[in-house]
Design a protein around this ligand. Sequence first.
Ligand SMILES: Cc1cc2nc3c(=O)[nH]c(=O)nc-3n(C[C@H](O)[C@H](O)[C@H](O)COP(=O)(O)O)c2cc1C
Length: 196
Amino acid sequence: MAKKIAFILGSPRKKSNTNVLAREAMRVLAEARIAAVEIDAPRLDFKHPGCVACYKCQQSTAYGCHIKDGLGQAVSSLVDYDAIVLATPLYWLSYPAQLKMFIDRMFSLLKFGEKHEFFSPLMGKPLALLATAASGLEDNLDLLDTLWRTPTKKIEAPYLSCLFPFCQYPPGEVAKDADAMSKAAAFGQQLASLLT
Ligand SMILES: Cc1cc2nc3c(=O)[nH]c(=O)nc-3n(C[C@H](O)[C@H](O)[C@H](O)COP(=O)(O)O)c2cc1C
């Protein structure tokens, strides 16, 4: 069956530079016949902003968020993909708040054993990060890399990241930076190789 990859977009900005780079990676994936689907996290509707710790997901044998809103549905849909890419700008050394709401709801895709072992339908599925920031890597973009890489150890999955420090362009204009665009294309190629 054809492979499917979810790109969770985190930028609240219209004409996001991160999205331009993510779409370049998606273009390369499409050439490799891998379907990339965008989940535009900041524009999903929600009844509650983020996780309200109802723990219904932990009381049920099923995986997925029990809050029936756009955010919950999009989080629950992640089980249908072969890999998940977070494509986001760095905000205050971390995720934009709108993306954090989505990630907190991803708690519903985990269950915990008596010996603190993890169970998840995401087990073994690659996670990846494409991230941009106005400043450098150290004590900045590297923190986000660690934040997203760490859960891959729990779900025993491969991890890839493609980081764009000093990404200072007016909205959408990273498209004019040939080096940045080829780096994004190479990332798409790496993802494709991981899935084929
Ligand atoms: C609220 C806010 C917080 C930010 N925090 C950081 C930061 O901690 N470090 C950094 O290097 N850049 C920071 N930036 C800059 C963005 O990460 C950078 O401009 C990014 O490339 C924007 O991507 P976008 O066009 O996809 O939204 C911040 C920007 C905003 C608006």
